[in-house]
Design a protein around this ligand. Structure first.
Ligand code: SF4
Length: 419
């Protein structure tokens, strides 16, 4: 049975870092807030959980919609489509409908942020970390499908709140959320600032733990000289209705999976991987992508290019799995450069492009078998070749000699989940 990757991240219970003082001033314990689990919510959900909990919204009253599915779209989004060719955006109609019509206990607010920029490990090393314009405008676009005949929100006593928010520029967030949410949540400035702080603490905590788990996986791979797979994709390809669980099918063959968004980014590891480029002055920092991607405005695109650079250098990332949605205008210019970067060291590269609502199960099964075959045949050669390009001072610990690379008896890290 495929192991679902990351499925527990939307658990409503806050992490220890989110257990901060809840506002005593206003009682929001009965307020029910629905959040469509779409687009960049996939990597920012803990900000919203931390923010709302700090405002006094109870955990059980923060409701995320289900994973995307054709049934969800048919049951809740039918007839509410708007003009957008991207399935990840189109699918939002079903999420909206599920939150409005599909709850036993009605929600009061549908919170669907227009996220303008994203926190990124590359912040400060790239031109900007803005989101795709279709992603950013998605909430307003999809809202119109629920207004075209009559106001469905008003009919159901639901407030549609879509704050424009620059999560990549933290100093702007309090003002942005205060201005756009003060009426819906009856906010004052001080409690907004406190809630924003709690939101970022929760988000940073999860990101740090997930990256730490990524490092643990790489450490295990290094110790046992075993390969793993890096998924190069946008955050919403973690949604099983958008990314179709392709990485889970490969994980079932015993290969640990790393997601780009949670690659370990510790300086010791990065400096080791990029040592030669830094020494030769090709880049200023391991997070500098100006050598391969000059117009580095788009956050997720930048990270895809950076991930390709890490993958081609990191010995145990023997294979890259590239996922992309149908006619993604943001991804198209990256296909060739990302593939060339990854393959420059002989790292395996497999692309599943043009993903849409339907899971092409037969085709995926055959390709997954092919990937497993190539990994079985070539991964040791790939690991040793890439190790030969690097200094022997691996920060992941002492490496076994190449002649003793057969299994040590330890089992692979089974699930890449962080709770
Ligand atoms: S990043 Fe690509 S798939 Fe996603 S919304 Fe933008 S154009 Fe569409």
């Amino acid at each position: 049975m495929p192991i679902r990757t990351l499925q527990t991240w939307f658990a409503r219970k806050g992490s220890a870092a989110t257990e901060v003082a809840v506002s005593k001033k206003k009682d929001r314990s009965q307020l029910r807030v629905g959040i469509p689990k779409v687009l960049n919510i996939w990597t920012t959900h803990q900000f919203w959980v931390g923010f709302l909990r700090d405002l006094g919204v109870e955990s059980e009253n923060i409701i995320f919609s289900s994973d995307t599915s054709e049934e969800q779209g048919r049951e809740f989004g039918k007839g509410r489509g708007t003009v957008d060719c991207c399935y990840p955006v189109k699918a939002m109609s079903g999420h909206y409908g599920e939150l409005i019509f599909g709850q036993k206990k009605k929600i009061n607010i549908l919170l669907s942020p227009m996220i303008h920029s994203l926190p990124s490990v590359l912040h400060g090393h790239v031109v900007d970390t803005v989101t795709c314009t279709r992603v950013m405008a998605g909430p307003e676009n999809i809202k119109s499908g629920f207004l075209k005949e009559r106001d469905i929100f008003a009919e159901n006593n639901v407030i549609h709140a879509s704050p424009f928010v620059s999560l990549g520029d933290r100093h702007m967030v309090t003002d942005q959320l205060y201005i756009s949410l003060k009426d819906a949540f009856d906010l004052d400035k001080e409690e907004t600032a406190r809630a924003v702080k709690a939101g970022f603490a929760a988000l940073d905590d999860l990101t740090e733990r997930a990256r730490k788990q990524g490092r643990d996986i790489l450490t295990w791979c290094a110790k046992n000289q075993k390969p793993c797979i890096l998924v190069l994709a946008r955050p919403y390809h973690m949604d099983i209705g958008i990314g179709h669980e392709i990485e889970a099918d490969i994980q079932a063959y015993g290969y640990p999976i790393l997601w780009l968004q949670y690659l370990p980014a510790d300086m010791d590891l990065m400096n080791w991987l990029f040592e030669a480029d830094l020494r030769d002055g090709l880049i200023k920092s391991p997070f500098d992508i100006s050598d391969v991607w000059a117009s580095s405005y788009s956050s997720n695109t930048n990270e895809i290019m950076w991930g390709a650079k890490v993958a081609t250098r990191c010995p145990w990332i023997a294979c890259v799995l590239r996922l992309s949605s149908y006619e993604c205008g943001m991804d198209q210019p990256t296909y060739t450069p990302a593939q060339k970067i990854v393959e420059a060291t002989g790292t395996l590269y497999f692309k599943f492009g043009d993903l849409d609502s339907t899971k092409p199960s037969g085709g995926i099964k055959i390709r997954v078998e092919t990937i497993a075959h190539y990994l079985g045949k070539y991964s040791q050669e790939i690991i040793q070749r890439k190790l030969s390009y690097l200094s022997p001072n691996c920060p992941l610990g002492e490496l076994p000699s190449s002649s003793s690379t057969v299994a040590t008896g330890e089992t692979e890290p089974a699930v890449v989940n962080v709770v």
